[in-house]
Design a protein around this ligand. Structure first.
Ligand code: NAD
Length: 337
């Protein structure tokens, strides 16, 4: 049984509020008897020459070996000569798709109560290829890379996700009227994949129009797939629709079946160490990890306990207008399990 043979998963508690909210996940998983054993890794204090980053080669190997992990927020040290931690993870683990389910939380009122969409962001190229340089003084250049291979891969994932999760529609978000070559190729790849999934409705929406539609009526959307920069912006916009970064889960899909779930928010240095952080985003991210492992019973139970706790409204953290501490909120979730 899985009880005697636990699944090993990598855990990066991260910086700032990271260790506090990671502790909350560990407690909830224990209370729900989730058969997972955490292998904890922290960001190093020195640059590892093998990764050119503060992330050690050993910690990356841990994710490659376990194929599944959970990551708290990491504060990228500012300075020269090293790669950003998140960029290192994306590149080294080839995390090509960032998936963010975004749904209204019952009992937590925002302007909208019928949001139920998923953003799928291409995560390896576009404007984030790191190819920036100065041409001459006063003129700089940034190169946007779009490849057929990466576009097909993320489009495939979007349609696979839609099929696996019973979703009806995939919208490709673009600006191909201006970026004719790059976004044009992205769309061409999406169309090719769409043809293989006739049961799923496929549409193309220009990014500016998409933004307007999202704030007017987010229920118009189902699954959205898009290149890197648009995905960065739209996914945060969608987090705002449901109440903010403390609530939004995300999961990164990498080649070879890797899934690294992570909270969307940063390390919140302003409230770190004060037992004030909302662990919901990391908890719901951990739930996406359980779904990836097909531990659906555990995932459902934990998700229901989280939503119930928020809906009851008795225990809420400060960002949701409550006065509960992280530990009180966590205990309430455990009691609701
Ligand atoms: P942030 O998300 O850390 O904080 C923005 C605001 O949201 C703050 O007021 C914070 O208190 C609040 N907040 C965020 N998460 C919360 C939670 N779980 N519960 C309650 N309140 C929460 O963004 P920032 O201040 O721009 O960045 C701080 C650091 O985090 C930087 O070093 C940045 O590089 C890093 N960062 C990391 C990630 C990541 O690892 N994925 C993402 C974004 C930022």
């Amino acid at each position: 049984s899985t009880e005697s043979n636990p699944i090993v998963a990598t855990l990066f508690p991260g910086d700032g509020i990271g260790p506090e909210i990671a502790e909350s996940v560990k407690q909830v998983f224990r209370a729900a008897d989730v058969p997972i054993e955490w292998e904890e890794h922290y960001v190093g204090k020195e640059i590892d020459p093998r990764t050119q980053s503060f992330l050690t080669w050993e910690s990356l190997e841990s994710v490659r070996r376990n194929k599944v992990g959970l990551k708290g927020p990491m504060a990228t040290p500012i300075g020269k000569g090293h790669r950003s931690l998140n960029l290192t993870l994306r590149k080294e683990l080839n995390l090509y798709a960032n998936v963010r389910p975004c749904y209204s939380l019952p009992g937590y009122k925002t302007r909208y109560d019928d949001v139920d969409l998923v953003t799928i962001r291409e995560n390896t190229e576009g404007e984030y290829s790191g190819l920036e340089h100065q041409v001459v003084r006063g003129v700089v250049e940034s190169i946007k890379i779009i490849t057929r291979q990466a576009s097909l891969r993320v489009a495939e994932y979007a349609f696979h996700y839609a099929t696996a999760h019973g979703r009806a529609r995939v919208s490709a978000i673009h600006k191909a009227n201006i970026m004719q070559k790059t976004d044009g190729l992205f769309l061409k790849c999406c169309r090719e994949v769409a043809e293989k999934y006739p049961e799923i409705t496929y549409e193309e929406v220009v990014i500016d129009n998409c933004c307007m539609m999202l704030v007017k009526n987010p229920a118009l959307f189902d699954v959205l797939v898009m290149p890197n920069l648009y995905g960065d912006i739209i996914s945060d916009l969608c987090a705002g629709l449901i109440g903010g970064l403390g609530l939004t889960p995300s999961c990164n899909i990498g080649e070879g079946g890797i899934a690294l779930a992570e909270a969307v928010h940063g390390s919140a240095p302003d409230i770190a160490g004060k037992n004030m952080a909302n662990p919901t985003a990391l908890l719901l991210s951990a739930v996406t990890m359980l779904r990836h492992l097909e531990l659906h019973d555990k995932a459902d139970r934990i998700q229901e306990a989280i939503l119930k706790t928020i809906a009851e409204g008795k225990y809420r953290t400060g960002d949701l207008g409550g006065t509960s501490t992280t530990t009180e909120f966590t205990k309430a979730i455990c009691d609701n399990l």
